[in-house]
Design a protein around this ligand. Structure first.
Ligand code: FAD
Length: 440
């Protein structure tokens, strides 16, 4: 009887997981890819989905469709809930919470990070983060509902609070969201309301550091700030968000602890991430430590110390201070796939992971983006073109690429945004005042 092939279980169909399974396509292994979602999501464009520019279908691709030609791969919809290190099995919860076990010879974990509120979990109710497709759709509903609410509210102060959007965090996600909300208000919605002028929407960008986009160099960060100022985004530096409620956000200045309270019906949280809960389950099962953000340290081949059959890749791995960006996840996933393929082929030695920094990019406004790769940097229109090419190149699937280019083109020509459907009573945001009115 022929010896059975090694079984590889990959948990997470993000950039790390997808690049790992792709590298294993021709390897003599049987692969099972487990994700709690049916789709691979292109997180770098979540903010365009959240602001009505792109549909959720444009930035996500069904995992089964993406992998349909890979003959050594099974896809499983389920949530990895536990690991049995002794029997080498992953316990997976189905949609109905019944569970089953998947045996493995190699295990790859790329389950990513989630929004962190750092001891202020009560903020989550009022200030959604943006890590998943659900988050983006929640934010979209909140934003669209806020303009609709403002249209029929006659009290000027209350109306103003519906037209105030606060964003905690001045990193790429915060900056991109702030810019997009101003563009939505000043371009797409400009002539569509009667009682309000959407262009009066106030966007507060609240950031703890002394400049936005601290991961970019000072010149690019300053260029981004000028664009934000031109757009009408109100940037507050050196402040922490210390309280959020249904209709307000409070900041505390780092320098002198001075507090400011802004009436705002929409607060969005883009500051801070932590490993998803499965990281703690994995760490406990394997008897290893997590860092402050919950990530798991790995060896040079990206395996977990003491467990050469278990690998962690992507945002959830802690390795040489590498940032949680798509390129690290893609290259890390690819490397793990290669190590497993070579081990399955009988190779004893494992090659170390070498990250090639291809740079980062951030969209600030239409025709303006910044790109940084080593000493090379670009801003303004050239940066925007480079940003567009990079994002289209990494979107999964020809259909999503073509659809996105067409939508961007149409939005550039007409300013319109089509992805704005919300249903009456669909949001917490809208429900509160209606309930109050009915109670009167
Ligand atoms: C809004 C936003 C904008 C970004 N912009 C950029 C950018 O411009 N450039 C850049 O380089 N990077 C950007 N990033 C970062 C980049 O998207 C991440 O570094 C990358 O997605 C990490 O890939 P990953 O595979 O580690 O995890 P993820 O892509 O997060 O994938 C994790 C997968 O694991 C699944 N999962 C989680 N828990 C379980 C479980 N228990 N069981 C089964 N499945 C599970 C999830 O459903 C998900 O599919 C951005 C991120 C966000 C959120």
């Amino acid at each position: 009887m022929a010896p059975s092939r090694p079984r590889v279980v990959v948990i997470g169909a993000g950039f790390a997981g997808m690049h790992c399974v792709r590298r294993l396509r021709n390897a003599a292994v049987d692969v099972t890819l487990v994700d709690r979602s049916t789709s691979h999501v292109f997180q770098p464009l979540l903010y365009q989905c959240a602001t009505g520019l792109l549909s959720e279908g444009a930035i996500s691709s069904p995992i089964r469709h993406l992998t349909r030609r890979q003959r050594n791969l099974d896809v499983v919809l389920g949530e990895a809930a536990d690991i049995d290190v002794e029997t080498r099995e992953v316990v997976v919860d189905r949609l109905d919470r019944s569970s089953f076990r998947l045996p493995y010879d190699y295990l790859v974990v790329g389950t990513g990070m989630r929004t962190a509120y750092r001891g202020n979990d009560q903020f989550a109710k009022y200030a959604p983060g943006m890590k998943t497709l659900d988050d983006a759709l929640t934010i979209r509903r909140k934003i669209m509902a806020a303009f609709e609410m403002a249209e029929t509210i006659t009290d000027p102060e209350e109306q103003r609070s519906w037209l105030t959007f606060a964003i905690a965090g001045g990193g790429p996600t915060g900056v991109e969201l702030a810019g997009q909300i101003r563009e939505l208000a000043t371009r797409a919605l400009e002539r569509e309301y009667d009682a309000i002028d959407p262009a009066h929407a106030r966007v507060l960008l609240l950031h703890g550091g002394d400049r936005v986009l601290p991961s970019f160099n000072v010149r690019l960060s300053a260029s981004a700030q000028r664009t934000l100022d031109d757009l009408g985004v109100e940037t507050h530096l050196g402040v922490h968000v210390t309280d959020v409620g249904d209709d307000y956000v409070e900041t505390t200045r780092k320098a002198d602890k001075h507090k400011d309270r802004y009436p705002a019906r929409t607060t969005l949280w883009t500051t801070g991430v932590e490993a998803v809960p499965f990281a703690a389950t994995l760490a406990t099962a394997l008897g290893v430590e997590q860092d402050r953000a919950g990530r798991i340290s790995v060896e040079a081949d990206l395996s977990v110390p003491g467990h050469p059959e278990v690998f962690v890749a992507g945002d959830m791995m802690a390795y040489k201070d590498l940032a949680g960006v798509a390129e690290v996840a893609m290259q890390g996933g690819h490397h793990v796939g290669r190590v497993i393929a070579e081990s399955a082929g009988g190779q004893q030695e494992r090659s170390p992971f070498k990250y090639r920094d291809l740079g980062t990019a951030a969209y600030i406004a239409r025709r303006r983006a910044i790109v940084q790769s080593g000493r090379f940097q670009m801003s303004g229109f050239p940066g925007w073109v480079a940003w567009g090419v990079i994002h289209i190149a990494f979107l999964a699937g020809i259909r999503n690429r073509l659809g996105t280019v067409m939508t961007w083109g149409a939005t550039l020509l007409t300013d319109s945004r089509r992805e704005r459907a919300i249903i009456y009573g669909d949001t917490e945001t809208a429900r509160t005042p209606y309930a109050r009115r009915e109670a009167k």
